[in-house]
Design a protein around this ligand. Structure first.
Ligand SMILES: *Cc1c(COP(=O)(O)O)cnc(C)c1O
Length: 440
């Protein structure tokens, strides 16, 4: 048996193109609809808030889109990311399974999100945008976009859900370090924010409200565009660097995965590792089990409906065909803030409908049990979001042990948990609760 645990690529192995699954679907993806007319949206509706070059990517019929050199140069600050074999976790589980993990926690912001923040800032700069507006929950997306704006010389305004703004100061400080302006949402900056504050002055805020504020800010300020960190096709596209690198690294390891696993909130890091493998299923006759892992308390794939729904609370976005718990669904405040979204990326939802992927829901205590076991064996305290995938991988590895069968499992560890240690504290001290699991 080889003792190799790291499968490293060099800068020359950085992908030159993003992989676009959209034109490869055996059945076309239903288009987004105008909320008023229920007709497919036209590009000009989208260009009110997004630059034209990104709108073109959102709808692109090309399977392969070249990554601009300027973007690859910035990717090279932390990409290619490492692929490691979790031999110590395998030993602790006494499993014949081989467990590998792709580690996205090495990026400047500590997660996979800069993979799309960087190209989004780049294309906006190219299109003449001066300022980007966005929302953030616990701050992973805000800090990634703040970083990207600092790289390309754009102003950045971020509406951060008020409860996180007050209780989780470190990512707010990281955003400010990158030069971004951060408001607690609901804020006095927008009409919608002022209305919510007048009605419910003590509100904690929500991602849906913050999205509505960022969109209002965008349409009211010339030179400003809006940026979204998940869900949309072009975000899934940019994340495809993860899976493309993983395929090369698994070849270095001399193994082919049986099971590919990622956590899923809006679906982008999952899409990033999964779609290049889906491509091999569609075109190279390969067979993989690909599993999207979500919180039991916000289970859009496993318990939501596949239908047209809005992306935000104020119903300002186009209608998207996706697995959804309803745009007014208020997820319980679990610690994996990045997975608290009512919908799932239309492309990921479509894969699920076509039977190309599976889904699993994991309760919170089991997630943290897996996170701690991973930290104590592999040394990395994963983001609580990523630990959903680790928990499912552990289940699969234990099944392999029961069946006496070697299978190869690859997990996308989407981020590190160093700014989430208060969540670990809550688990370790026994204060953590299962919270609001949906029944039926
Ligand atoms: C934001 C985030 C997620 C969830 O977003 P997706 O679009 O589903 O990937 C997962 N992991 C980490 C570390 C995050 O920051």
């Amino acid at each position: 048996m080889s003792n190799d645990v790291q499968f490293l690529l060099t800068a020359k192995d950085l992908p030159t193109h993003w992989y676009n699954l959209l034109p490869d679907f055996p059945e076309p993806l239903p288009p987004p609809l105008h909320p008023g007319t229920r007709e497919p949206v036209t590009p000009d509706l989208m260009t009110a808030i997004f630059p034209e070059n990104l709108v073109m990517q959102e709808m692109s019929p090309e399977r392969s889109i070249e990554i601009p050199d300027e973007v690859r140069e910035v990717y090279a600050l932390w990409r290619p990311t490492p692929l490691l074999r979790a031999v110590r976790l395998e030993r602790a589980l006494q499993t014949p399974a081989h467990i590998y993990y792709k580690y996205e926690g090495v990026s400047p912001a500590g997660s996979h999100k800069p993979n799309t923040a960087i190209p989004q800032a780049y294309y906006n700069k190219l299109a003449g945008t001066r300022r980007l507006a966005t929302e953030t929950g616990a701050g992973q997306w805000g800090s990634s976009l703040g970083f990207a704006c600092s790289v390309f010389g754009l102003e950045c305004t971020i509406y951060m859900v008020k409860v996180s703004f007050n209780q989780k100061p470190y990512r707010k400080l990281l955003m400010q370090t990158y030069g971004a302006t951060v408001f607690a949402s609901p804020s006095e900056q927008t009409e919608f924010g002022r209305k919510v504050l007048a009605e419910t002055p003590d509100t904690n805020g929500s991602l849906g409200i913050a999205i509505s504020e960022a969109i209002e800010d965008t349409v009211r300020h010339p030179g400003t565009k809006y940026s979204l960190g998940s869900v949309l096709n072009h975000v899934c596209l940019h994340q495809s660097v993860i899976g493309q690198e993983t395929i090369k690294q698994m070849a270095l390891a001399g193994e082919e995965p049986d099971i590919v696993i990622g956590c899923a909130g809006g679906g982008s890091n999952f899409a990033g590792i999964a779609f290049p493998y889906v491509e091999r299923m569609l075109h190279a006759g390969k067979k993989y089990r690909i599993i999207a892992c979500e919180p039991a308390s916000c289970p859009s794939l496993t318990k939501g409906e596949l239908r047209y729904d809005f992306g935000d609370t104020a119903q300002t976005t186009p209608l998207m065909m996706m697995h959804t718990l309803g745009h007014d669904f208020m997820p319980p405040s679990i610690h994996a803030g990045g997975l608290r979204y009512h919908g799932m990326a239309p492309m990921v939802s479509h894969c699920y409908k076509l039977g190309l992927i599976e889904a699993a829901a994991v309760p919170q205590l089991k997630v943290f049990q897996a996170a701690v076991q991973f930290a104590r064996t592999e040394g990395i305290a994963p983001a609580p979001e990523s630990a959903h995938g680790i928990a499912v991988a552990i289940d699969e590895a234990l099944r392999c042990k029961e069946e006496g069968r070697k299978q190869v499992i690859v997990i996308n560890v989407s981020g590190n948990g160093l700014l989430d240690l208060t969540a670990y504290d809550s688990y370790l001290s026994g204060r953590m609760q299962e919270t609001g699991e949906l029944n039926g």
